[in-house]
Design a protein around this ligand. Sequence first.
Ligand SMILES: [Zn+2]
Length: 404
Amino acid sequence: MDVWTKKALDRFITYVKIDTQSNEESSSSPSAEKEYDLLRLLEKQLKELGIAAEIDEYGRLYAFLEGEKDYPVIGLNSHVDTASEASGANVNPQFIEGYDGKTIHLKNGAKMSPEDFPALRGHEGDTLITTDGTTLLGGDDKAGVALIMNLAEYLVTHKEIKHHPLAILFTPDEEIGRGAEHFNKEKFQAEWAYTVDGDYPLSIDSENFNAASAEIQIQGIAIHPGEAKDKLVNALRLAYEIDLELPAASRPENTEGREGFFHLLEISGSSAEATVRYILREHDKDKFQNLKITLQKACEKVEKAHPGVKVSLSIHDQYRNMKEVFAKDNRAIDHAKKAFASLHLVPKENPIRGGTDGATFSFLGVPCPNLGTGTYNHHGCYEFLSVRDFDLMRQLLEAIIKVD
Ligand SMILES: [Zn+2]
């Protein structure tokens, strides 16, 4: 094993053992005090390498490594927090050397088969790092953190390598949708950047959903049920009627690729008053607008059909498809493709069925597609790291930062 692969893996193992789960209930930044446990370690390690690094008042760690003058500053971002679906405390990574391609039995009795987890396919002979079945691994996104830290150390100890100036940003709270909050473009200094937060190394995620949330308030007509004939209009039934007006083909369970959807999150209330909540997701800008219009029309139709009831809809935009930004400034993607080509690799551009902090950075003036990490099955105890893919990402990041 290459000494730098080994170093990056050692970092990875150190970082995943630090519990950094973010907290959705909290409104502070960072949301959980324990996210500082990793942030402060990273700040210390960067400073020991002689790299300027500082955690700001919101728990964002910015670092900067000088490079060749007259070359654009390239940014790299990863998040330090882990998801809430599984515990991130007492992570106990397990090494499987020379994976045989068969079902993996995790220590607590849980099983991972290639049938249930297709990401395992093609990893015969690879070294995998799994969980012990009781926690998540934290490869999302400590693999990204380890790769970026490893790159920084590599550049500092190989002064002969000419490279772009490197801007690093480690963020808390990505998993609770707040990673891009308090983003300071001036502090970051990057002309373009990459989030290192995906899975497959051979993909550049350059498209994400346009996203909005919708809330519908419904007032029915409340009458004593004993005297309700021809008078009562049940608000909960109106909620149901509105949902039936939306095309069944546009539900998450019936869509894939670039197809958008209405996702019914909640119907709550009483026969007198009800609240309905949806999220709307769609890659295409015009189709996204049409989702909003369809929902508006459904509300109006149901309100009209029942004189005396009140249906009011409010829609809030959440994030936008970063593809729009790359249509005007494609340097980040072109540059990454050149780096792939230097390793004789051809990446796929991939539409993400979700969001990414890079989309927010992109719209704030730092175009920022997403790259892989070599970790898979994020957010649960079936998460694993492929040493082969992780190492490929290590080489790709080196290729991205080097100037030729
Ligand atoms: Zn992530």
